[in-house]
Write a protein that binds this ligand. Structure first.
Ligand code: NAG
Ligand code: NAG
Ligand code: NAG
Ligand code: NAG
Ligand code: NAG
Ligand code: NAG
Ligand code: NAG
Length: 515
């Protein structure tokens, strides 16, 4: 009789139901009209050539992966090129190699292992990567940590020549709010412990004037602040502008975001809408509102973002940062930030980062040789690009679903609902040895004949990219980043009386397109 007892919970299991009444017109709390370039990317400077290759030998896998987003939305992909490593670059136009790790000259008391002085020297060949990717624009970070203005002017001049029309802005430094925390224990600091927003603003105004002067740039051409995940008072847009940040030079302001940390739980920290809302609100709500009120012509960009920071003893947390669950977080988080009023997000890429949408080359990571490969978060980004689509005047609204695990968002084009995203954030793993739960979601008030239903899914919430598919397709290193059909693509469901039922499993997402 044991077997029967074990079967009892199964027999008792009930199909859950949830209902979303679709608002006829765009809800009051929808986003404003979004830039269809909302989904941007970011590349850690050290790893730049790993992602691009060179113009004579491009990294085909990676180049195709980049073009996925333009192919879907038809909108330019903005890429922020920077990070802690870039902040410490020294540019030597006479160096033959693209990037070396030996410093040409160290001042008296410098130590090459200092955190703010990652010892990278960049040659002209590194800038060749700026010519490899089609349909992109660059937010190119200026190295500030090393405090060498004349070197920065040289670097900006040669990078601008390489970018040409693909230049969008120069970003001034990386996470200056952390400069003062890199104290003597971690090496000698270029900035005093008292370094604060006023000091940053003074450098910003001096450097941006010198760079604009030398390169004959006029108007707002700089991205300011690039504050870290840990930014807190007194580091804010408000203190920077109050301290006199040169407004006429400033195109955008930027801050960074990582929601979780390696070792933490997927369900607790990422597959958790409440956590996403609470953390994003705390980080951005007031800051974005300040910019809209005080400087409405200067957009707020989340210029470097990913699921989680850190690693456990050098081993990246692939379950937390590279799984189907990570992809679902990516969707929920990006769509939520749209409703907060950001201009754009740049999702971070790096060769050794598990959260990166893909690993561009073979590399030893956490003591293991790992081949070039697609990683889980890529699929969340593809889903978001599909929701953005090609139609104009996009607004996104969050719908309540009445179910604790299912989040719903609607995409309106010119005021008319065109798509609905449903994300079931309940973590389910094969190892639970329970049937995979599901929810039947009833959508009412639809003005459509049919809906096309496409799935982002995999056999398990912790599934890695090789088991994840979007709309029956996978993107792999073997296919050089071009989609491969694996089946289970899409289905078309009839709408009756303005209503439709769709079934969503725990740990998957659906995109419904109204036809
Ligand atoms: C949905 O869940 C119910 C209840 O557990 C189960 O009986 C049913 O088979 C599930 N359906 C699918 C398609 O997974
Ligand atoms: C990858 O980048 C590193 C610098 O971080 C560089 O030394 C290496 O040559 C690059 N490898 C390839 C294949 O581009
Ligand atoms: C993008 O579209 C072009 C033109 O249709 C096609 O040749 C290319 O393979 C596509 N790339 C990807 C990554 O889908
Ligand atoms: C050019 O840059 C240098 C710093 O390298 C600066 O001293 C000079 O004022 C700049 N020239 C102009 C015209 O801004
Ligand atoms: C700063 O950069 C200039 C121009 O590249 C270079 O000549 C100089 O040696 C650098 N100074 C230091 C301290 O590295
Ligand atoms: C660095 O600045 C922060 C405020 O931004 C302050 O709380 C902290 O004490 C400073 N650290 C040092 C070492 O002075
Ligand atoms: C917008 O309103 C809906 C319906 O009241 C609510 O469920 C959702 O949380 C709201 N979204 C935001 C971003 O405030």
């Amino acid at each position: 009789m044991k077997a029967l007892e074990l079967a009892v919970p199964l027999l008792l299991a009930k199909s859950r139901g949830a209902t979303i009444e679709i608002p006829r017109s765009v809800p009051n709390n929808a986003s404003e009209i979004l830039d269809r370039s909302y989904l941007g990317l970011a590349i850690e400077g050290r790893d730049f050539t790993n992602y691009t290759g060179s113009s004579s030998a491009p990294n085909r896998f990676s180049v195709n992966m980049f073009s996925t987003f333009f192919n879907i939305t038809g909108a330019t992909t903005y890429i922020r090129l920077g990070g802690t490593t870039t902040d410490n670059f020294y540019y030597d136009p006479n160096q033959a190699e693209a990037i070396t790790t030996v410093q040409p000259e160290l001042a008296n008391n410098e130590r090459s292992e200092r955190r703010l002085h990652a010892p990278f020297t960049i040659g002209k060949a590194w800038l060749d990567g700026l010519r490899v990717l089609p349909n992109v624009k660059w937010d190119f970070q200026i190295p500030l940590a090393r405090a060498n203005l004349s070197n920065a002017v040289l670097f900006c001049r040669d990078s601008l020549a390489a970018m040409g029309d693909a230049f969008n802005s120069f970003e001034f430094g990386n996470e200056p709010d952390l400069y003062n925390a890199t104290g003597p224990a971690e090496g000698v600091n270029d900035r005093p412990d008292s370094y604060g927003p006023k000091d940053y603003v003074q450098e910003y105004n001096e450097w941006t004037a010198a760079i604009a002067g030398n390169l004959s740039l006029s108007g707002p051409q700089f991205q300011a602040l690039a504050l870290s995940n840990f930014a807190a008072d007194p580091w804010s847009e408000e203190t920077a502008f109050n301290a006199g940040l040169a407004k006429e030079k400033t195109k955008t302001v930027s801050e960074h975001y990582y929601q979780s940390r390696s070792g933490r739980s997927l369900q607790g920290t990422l597959m958790n809408h409440r956590e996403t809302v609470t953390q994003s609100d705390r980080r951005f709500k007031d800051r974005i509102q300040y910019m809209k009120r005080a400087h409405p012509d200067i957009p707020f960009v989340i210029g470097e973002a990913a699921a989680s920071l850190g690693n456990n003893s050098g081993i990246p947390d692939y379950d937390l940062a590279a799984s189907l669950g990570t992809a679902l977080w990516t969707i929920d988080w990006i769509l939520y930030t749209m409703t907060l009023g950001a201009k754009r997000v740049n999702m971070q890429l790096g060769t050794r980062f598990a959260f990166s949408p893909w690993q561009p080359i073979e590399a030893t990571i956490g003591g293991r040789l790992r081949p070039a490969q697609t990683l889980g978060s890529f699929y969340g980004n593809v889903f978001v690009a599909e929701l953005i689509g090609r139609e104009k005047d996009l607004q996104v609204a969050e719908f309540g679903s009445g179910d604790q695990d299912v989040v719903g968002y609607g995409a309106y084009n010119s005021g008319v609902l065109s798509k609905v995203a449903l994300v079931d954030l309940q973590l389910w793993r094969r190892s639970f040895m329970t049937p995979r739960p599901n929810v039947t979601v009833t959508l009412t008030g639809l003005d459509a004949q049919r809906v096309r239903v496409e799935k982002l899914t995999g056999p398990d919430g912790g599934a890695q990219a090789e088991e994840i598919s979007w709309a029956g397709k996978q993107w792999t290193a073997q296919s050089e980043g071009l989609p491969v059909v694996v089946g289970g693509g899409s289905e078309s469901v009839e709408v009756r009386g303005g209503s439709v039922d769709v079934l969503i499993q725990a740990s998957e997402a659906l995109l419904l397109s109204l036809l």
